[in-house]
Design a protein. Sequence first.
Length: 117
Amino acid sequence: MAIYPIDLQTLFTQVEKIGKEQANQKQGLQIQQAIQGAQIQQRTDERIKSVNESQDTGDGPERVKDRSPRKRREDVDGEELEEQDRLYSEQQSADQRLKDPSVIRDPALGKNIDLSG
């Protein structure tokens, strides 16, 4: 399709209008983004300044009981006993795994590396 001189004359007269329209479209996008950013900022500020609802506490606050120093010491001893029981049960399960006849034990297992390929 060939371009004739009359076509060029028509195009040159319309170039200025098209340029203005494209500039307006770009500015319109920038303005929209600025407006949306301002709205988001406003919502964020409102959320920060507003009072948040508290969670449901149920029947009411529970009473805090102070423990005596003697009771605290007994709790610590109980925790130590629980730790010792756990370690003992782990040791027993490890001993049972060693005594299992279906598992083959080789002391050299994992010590040698075959580099021959």
